[in-house]
Design a protein around this ligand. Structure first.
Ligand SMILES: NC(=O)c1ccc[n+]([C@@H]2O[C@H](COP(=O)([O-])OP(=O)(O)OC[C@H]3O[C@@H](n4cnc5c(N)ncnc54)[C@H](OP(=O)(O)O)[C@@H]3O)[C@@H](O)[C@H]2O)c1
Length: 323
């Protein structure tokens, strides 16, 4: 079968399209014919080996996962003998980032617990963007932020893969959403339901006096002391991405600020989770969440897809279609 092969850490052009053996599913796995995948920062870290701590997971000198690709959407083509939840022909999607990667290929073997049935009303290309970005937004907002109806949430960096899900999920949970984006993304996030939109190129959202119950740091470069000012008493700042300085501040200074004050500062790492895929399915079927696709690339164009993605200006998800 055709697959994208990663033999060493480097830039996107180190990735090669090659021929490898079709995987054979273990007893608790299914073989998925892949129709689409998507690009995430986890993929980028697996490609580049950066930031360096990721090498403790991905391999010190070279990537131990030869075929990248975490998000998958496709059809079950074979099932292992212990599989109970899925059948041949099921349309499934999932996040394989904690279970061997491999979705940038024509076929991948995946544990049935990594997958969920797709909603009937969406295409593979739409669903391939959901697993990592959607569950990151869901887990951060619902589980860490514990956002409740009527609460005010600020989503900093609301126009990319995670941000577009975050706006819709926060709205679905009943929050009043303020989205911080650049000028070109103002209409996009309004169309997703944001109640207020701040254009970070034109508005001084830092000093406007408004405060929030939850601030979700998706992409931004403010210091956590700025976010502290913008949190209500008992407010929560959740960091998932953005400038590295934010990551180190939230990880190192955040716990101290959290211990000595009422406001909480949390660095959060998404975990693939079947129940959360099912939960998002529900939101999609109810029409409360719709995946936003930026652009699509074919399997052989994966290096180009990474080159585009690593610039950091995607509007929604960058999708890979596997013919
Ligand atoms: N912790 C976790 O488990 C986890 C999981 C997934 C992702 N992440 C992290 O989350 C972050 C977002 O991931 P993603 O896939 O959503 O990224 P993405 O799709 O590449 O995000 C790109 C979007 O961010 C916007 N943006 C860039 N800089 C901005 C800024 N200073 N202020 C506001 N918006 C800005 C861009 O719009 P403009 O360029 O027009 O501003 C673009 O629309 C990444 O840092 C990633 O590493 C973490």
């Amino acid at each position: 079968m055709k697959a994208i092969i990663s033999e060493k850490y480097g830039t996107p052009d180190t990735l090669k399209l090659g021929e490898v053996d079709k995987p054979i599913p273990k007893s608790n796995e299914v073989l998925v014919k892949v129709y689409a995948s998507s690009i995430n920062f986890g993929n980028l870290a697996l490609l580049t080996g950066k930031p360096l701590p990721v090498r403790f997971v991905f391999g010190l000198w070279k990537p131990k996962y030869r075929i990248p690709g975490g998000d998958v959407a496709g059809v079950v083509e074979a099932v292992g003998r212990d599989v109970t939840q899925l059948q041949i022909g099921d349309r499934v999607y999932g996040d394989l980032a904690n279970s061997g990667w491999g979705a940038l290929a024509e076929y991948v073997a995946a544990g049935e617990k990594e997958l969920a049935l797709m909603p009937s009303n969406l295409f593979f290309t739409e669903m391939a963007g959901v697993p990592m970005a959607g569950t990151t937004a869901l887990q951060a907002i619902r589980d860490i932020g514990k956002v409740r109806a009527g609460q005010k949430i600020l989503i900093h960096g609301a126009s990319g893969g995670v941000g577009t899900f975050a706006v819709q999920i926060a709205k679905a949970l009943g929050a009043e959403v303020t989205a911080v984006v650049s000028t070109r993304n103002v209409e996009l996030v309004k169309s997703l339901g944001a109640d207020h939109v701040m254009d970070y190129r034109k508005t001084d959202f830092v000093n406007d006096g408004k405060t929030f119950d939850v601030i979700f740091g998706v992409n931004g470069s403010q210091s956590i002391f700025t976010y502290k000012k913008k949190l209500k008493d008992n407010g929560v700042f959740i960091h998932v991405g953005g400038a590295n300085s934010q990551f180190y501040q939230t990880m190192l200074v955040g716990p101290l600020l959290s211990i000595f004050g009422k406001k909480k500062f949390i660095t959060f790492l998404q975990r693939p989770n079947q129940q959360d895929l099912v939960f998002i399915n529900g939101l999609i079927e109810e029409g409360k969440v719709k995946p936003v696709m930026d652009r699509g690339y074919s399997l052989k164009e994966v290096p180009k897809a990474f080159q585009y993605f690593e610039k950091g200006h995607a509007q929604g998800k960058v999708i890979i279609t596997i013919e």
